[in-house]
Design a protein around this ligand. Structure first.
Ligand SMILES: C[S@@+](CC[C@H](N)C(=O)[O-])C[C@H]1O[C@@H](n2cnc3c(N)ncnc32)[C@H](O)[C@@H]1O
Length: 378
């Protein structure tokens, strides 16, 4: 079996969780860095990684890495890599790029050099001057970091957050990958009550239900590398079949979502249907001020409106006060709140947060405040 190196890329702060996901999928040769984990695999592992990773944005195939401080070095280094093992004679390929702390700082120039070098290589290997570019898609990325060039091909296509279930999203909807991370960073499991009292389009709760049912997040979508002849079709078929067989068909979940905005509740209901987990979540329109909790134990995961994006500051204060009033004496409840507002712990005074994790919601730096509750006595 051919050994290859894959790279799962994701937003900063999710390193430990993506590492855990990869280990859970059986990958053990892992190298973790900021925003990426490299892992040893075979081409037949590409379907599994794409279908199952819940928190990563993409899976890239690493074609090579070398030092380049001149365009000649970039050209020759790129041309020396075995592109023909992946890119087909009729392949359509584009080159994207980024450059950080490198002499070769012009991204556009790097992209164009890499494109020329790949074309030269393919001309020689396929013994042709003419490429039709009607076949599968290959998105090459040249990443320059401290003068090291990393050349990759994107195996995912559209980002892995695009699960296909969320056609309707609120203006401040979380990426599905981040929502999945919030759930996995909590101690929630399928036997425990879960609520999101400001659920928007329902993303956190839908990701929780997918996790609880062991539904592969990518099961209902396609990936760019599905059309690559270098990966056997049977590997895709088998990965999908295994994923379908592994679904837990009868979990008894207690998941509730509320939002003040009726249009968000409608959106959540439509999304949950498309995700195939509509029997698992109950949605209801409700202002958090009216939330009444009579269970001794449970888990709240939510991201309130951010002052700068939605709502007025007074409304935010009211929301925080409601959380405080409802949960200050509920020591059996774990409370997990994602917000950019550093004042949140001044309002929720049950205790100091047990953990504060810095994450990124797109470009916005946010904190995930974690207050652990007592666990139910078994
Ligand atoms: C940042 S959005 C949540 C996005 C959600 N996590 C998603 O992925 O779609 C915050 C939500 O809080 C809701 N909201 C604002 N004030 C509220 C209140 N007083 N009670 C309940 N929900 C409220 C808004 O309607 C909005 O949908």
């Amino acid at each position: 079996m051919n050994k290859i190196t894959l790279m799962a890329i994701f937003s900063f702060g999710l390193e430990a969780i993506v590492k855990r996901e990869l280990q859970g999928l059986g990958f053990d040769q892992l190298t973790v860095a900021n925003g990426k984990v490299e892992f040893e695999a075979t081409p037949e592992d590409i379907p599994k990684a794409n279908l199952w990773l819940r928190c990563a944005d993409r899976v890239l195939l690493k074609v090579g890495e070398f030092k380049a401080i001149t365009f000649d070095e970039l050209f020759e280094g790129t041309k020396a890599l075995p592109w023909e093992e992946w890119i087909t004679k009729d392949g359509q390929f584009t080159v994207t790029g980024k450059s950080v702390k490198s002499v070769l700082g012009s991204v556009r120039a790097c992209q164009s050099i890499v494109k020329k070098a790949v074309v030269e290589r393919l001309k020689e290997k396929f013994k042709t001057d003419w490429f039709e570019e009607t076949g599968p898609e290959f998105t090459i990325q040249v990443g320059m970091l401290k003068d090291m060039a990393t050349l990759t091909i994107d195996t995912s296509g559209s980002g892995l957050n695009k699960r296909g279930y969320r056609l309707q999203a609120g203006e401040a909807a979380l990426k599905e990958t981040l929502a999945a991370a919030l759930v996995q960073l909590s101690f929630w499991n399928k036997d425990r009550l879960l609520i999101d009292p400001m659920c928007g389009s329902g993303t956190i709760l839908i990701e929780a239900a997918l996790l609880a049912r062991n539904i592969a997040p990518g099961l209902n979508r396609e990936f760019a590398s599905e059309r690559w002849p270098s990966i056997q079709k049977s590997a895709w078929r088998e990965a999908r079949r295994n994923a379908k067989e592994g679904i837990d068909k009868n979990p008894e979940l207690q998941i509730y979502g509320y939002d003040i905005d009726p249009s968000m509740i409608e959106a959540s209901k439509a999304n949950v249907k498309r995700a195939g987990v509509e029997v698992d979540i109950i949605f209801e329109q409700k202002d958090i001020k009216d939330l009444w909790i009579d269970n001794q134990y449970g888990i709240l995961i939510s991201n309130p409106p951010y002052g700068i994006k939605l709502g007025r500051f007074e409304d935010l204060n009211e929301i925080y006060i409601s959380i405080h009033k409802t949960f200050r004496k509920k020591t059996g409840w774990s409370v997990y709140v994602l917000t950019a507002d550093k004042k949140f712990p001044d309002y929720f005074k049950r205790a100091k947060p047990d953990k504060v994790r810095k994450l990124y919601n797109g470009p916005l730096e946010v904190n995930y405040y974690q207050y652990f509750g007592e666990r139910p006595k078994s």
